[in-house]
Write a protein that binds this ligand. Structure first.
Ligand code: XMP
Length: 327
């Protein structure tokens, strides 16, 4: 399947009917390619791998083995949702690996952003490879490669490393059922396959996860403050109709403390920085205007509910001069 390209005259998938047609065609192709063999998939819970999982479950059922690696840097509720949707509802053959300690132990005291990314990427491959070696008879590896990934790697913009990096003894044939689709088409296909809206329409989330939103050396308590404040921000954006309107919104907890007052006593705690940006292609970004009342509410709620936090700041920086993420 490696060489398959999007035909120049392919009709853009814009309706449930076209999505269904694509799903039906792919189902036949997947069965043809895979036969009775087993397929392995790293299921992150992101849009692309979730849609690939749902397509393969439909086409080949329990010949698919999904591995969900929790690196401890996922958002609140994400691993639980992967288990609920894929294991409980779709009856997928799902291996859940809680590798939180493995990742956080390796990351302890590491403050260089690129070294952090490197450790997370390498460790991910190692955990996944460990799981793959426990399985027998796997011939294929499924991936959520999409058409822009192919175009960008051809132009040299992005090193496309979904499969890349697996050790020599683990070489599989690739199954890439959404390879010729644009992101909006992948979302429509996912919706048509019955995936929940908050999975299909979710905002982009970086591979190194909350790790790049906990700048400097990651500590478990500060990471927890990132996770909890992010959950509050997402809840409030959803309640206030901003979900789906803002490209990316998240919180960052920097590695410094300031003086404040909590429960009538002096507190020396972290600030939470809120970032909310809009962009077309993530190359440049503008800052989203957040209603004043919502900012006010967030400024009350976050320090009241998140342990170790006494201030709320708003990042008013476009890209450039800032990047979207902090690291
Ligand atoms: P920046 O921070 O470079 O981000 O303005 C642009 C977009 O890329 C995402 N991003 C990443 N995604 N691994 C990823 O998979 C990464 O290491 C990474 N760094 C940034 C970021 O969330 C934004 O959407």
């Amino acid at each position: 399947m490696g060489e398959i390209r999007r035909p120049d005259d392919m009709e853009r998938i814009t309706t449930p009917e076209l999505a269904q047609k694509f799903i039906d065609e792919q189902e036949v192709l997947i069965r043809e390619q895979v036969g009775n063999d087993k397929v392995l998939l790293a299921l992150s819970g992101g849009v692309d791998s979730s849609v690939v999982a749902a397509m393969l479950i439909k086409a080949i059922g329990d010949q698919l083995v999904c591995v969900h690696v929790n690196h401890g840097l996922l958002r609140k509720g994400e691993p639980e949702q992967v288990i609920e949707v894929f294991r409980n509802q779709m009856k997928a053959n799902l291996v859940y690996v809680d590798a939180t300690d493995r990742f956080l132990d390796k990351l302890a005291n590491v403050d260089d952003p690129e070294t952090k990314r490197h450790i997370i990427g390498n460790e991910f491959i190692e955990v996944f490879a460990d799981e793959a070696r426990k399985l027998e008879g796997v011939k294929f590896l499924a991936q959520g490669t999409i058409w822009p990934d192919i175009l960008e790697s051809e132009k040299g913009i992005k090193a496309h490393h979904n499969a890349g990096g697996l050790p020599e003894d683990l070489q599989f044939e690739l199954v890439e059922p959404v390879r010729i689709l644009f992101k909006d088409e992948v979302r429509l296909v996912g919706k048509q396959l019955g995936l929940p809206d908050n999975m299909v329409y979710r905002q982009p989330f970086p591979g190194p996860g909350l790790g790049v939103r906990c700048p400097g050396a990651i500590t478990r308590d500060r990471l927890e403050a990132v996770r909890e404040s992010d959950a509050i921000l997402r809840e409030e954006f959803a309640k206030n109709g901003l979900e789906g309107k803002v490209w990316q919104y998240f919180t960052v907890v920097p590695d410094f403390k300031s003086t404040g007052i909590k429960d009538g006593a002096r507190s020396f705690e972290w600030p939470v920085i809120i970032r909310a940006v809009n962009t077309r292609d993530a190359m440049t970004a503008t800052v989203e205007h957040i209603p004043y009342d919502l900012m006010d509410h967030l400024a009350q709620r976050i320090p009241a509910e998140v342990k170790g936090v006494n201030r709320v700041l708003f990042d008013w920086t476009p890209k450039p001069t800032g990047t979207i993420e902090f690291e």
